[in-house]
Design a protein around this ligand. Structure first.
Ligand code: HEM
Length: 273
């Protein structure tokens, strides 16, 4: 999986994707295909083992294997592998990057970190997942991290029909992007937009047109709830068990990390309580 993620994020592959180089023999495409095939073979082996033993586990693969379409049919093994790879790829770096942003912001805003720490400590334990999910300030902190510098700064669509936009007609067939990184900086929606201020999410509820770190419409991120859910659990458990100090509290700078945007550095030191 890491092998595939690294090949996918390789600058040479990104450049060839931007230039729409679809030739299979082109080295970056060949490396990506080889990494994908290695992962697909591992997953296929795991699926075959589950078919043979009838073992069901409490994981996404077993859920997909048990799922049935309306006519009673199930996913083919190829579709299972494709779905797993799509979700692993789309869900891994994005969630990890959001977590990285959380430490980058918290390390530079001790007042926010302290309020969050107090809320998490008030739980008394870190094993009640429902209680973690219900923490209002934790929720606000994660949303503020997703607002400022969203890991995926824009989402693309090819126009199926012409679009009228502020007096311009954009023809069908053209690619357009909804840019969360720009929308989330609109001071009419987010006063003092560059400030890391989680409280704004306690003071106001934002609509699906105002807060779009997971895109929107029919192709909205399928893991949007799960992404927030897992980032909140990891943050709560880590902060409950220890204390973190940022190792390089230089001004925050943004850099491209493969297809995502991330902080240039967010190295932290962990001390167990
Ligand atoms: C904080 C974490 C995450 C962020 C910021 C994020 C962000 C996004 C964005 C912006 C899109 C494009 C949506 C659009 O085009 O409108 C997307 C698509 C997608 N995401 Fe996520 N995502 C996250 C976590 C996850 C997780 C955990 C999973 C799966 C377990 C996942 C699976 C997918 C899939 C399969 C798509 C493609 C959906 C489609 O085209 O129909 N994502 N994500």
């Amino acid at each position: 999986m890491l092998d595939l993620a690294a090949t996918f994020s390789n600058p040479a592959f990104i450049l060839s994707a931007l230039l729409s180089v679809e030739h299979d023999g082109w080295p970056p495409n060949r490396r990506l295909d080889a990494a994908r095939q290695r992962l697909a073979a591992l997953l296929q082996e795991n699926i075959a083992e589950r078919h043979a033993t009838g073992t069901a586990r409490a994981d996404i693969l077993s859920r997909l294997m048990e799922a049935r379409f309306d006519d009673g049919s199930r996913f083919s093994d190829t579709a299972l592998v494709d779905n797993l790879i799509a979700n692993l790829m789309a869900g891994h770096e994005t969630s990890a990057m959001t977590l990285t942003w959380s430490f980058a912001w918290l390390g530079r805003h001790p007042e926010v970190a302290q309020r969050l720490q107090d809320e998490i400590d008030s739980l008394g334990s870190d094993d009640d997942i429902a209680a973690i999910q219900a923490l209002p300030y934790l929720d606000a902190v994660v949303k503020e991290c997703l607002r400022l510098y969203p890991a995926v700064p824009d989402v693309l669509r090819m126009l199926a029909k012409p679009l009228q936009l502020r007096g311009y007609e954009i023809p069908a067939g053209l690619n357009v992007a909804a840019c969360s990184a720009v929308l989330h900086m609109n001071p009419d929606l987010y006063p003092d937009p560059e400030r890391f201020y989680p409280e704004r999410f306690l003071e106001k509820t934002y609509s699906g047109n105002e807060f779009i770190p997971f895109g929107g419409g029919n192709r909205v991120c399928i893991g949007n709830h799960f992404g927030v859910f897992e980032v909140k659990i990891v943050l709560a458990v880590l902060l409950f068990r220890g204390r973190y100090t940022l190792q390089e509290p230089a001004p925050l700078r943004v850099a491209r990390r493969g297809f995502l945007m991330g902080p240039t550095s967010a190295r932290v030191r962990f001390q167990r309580k």
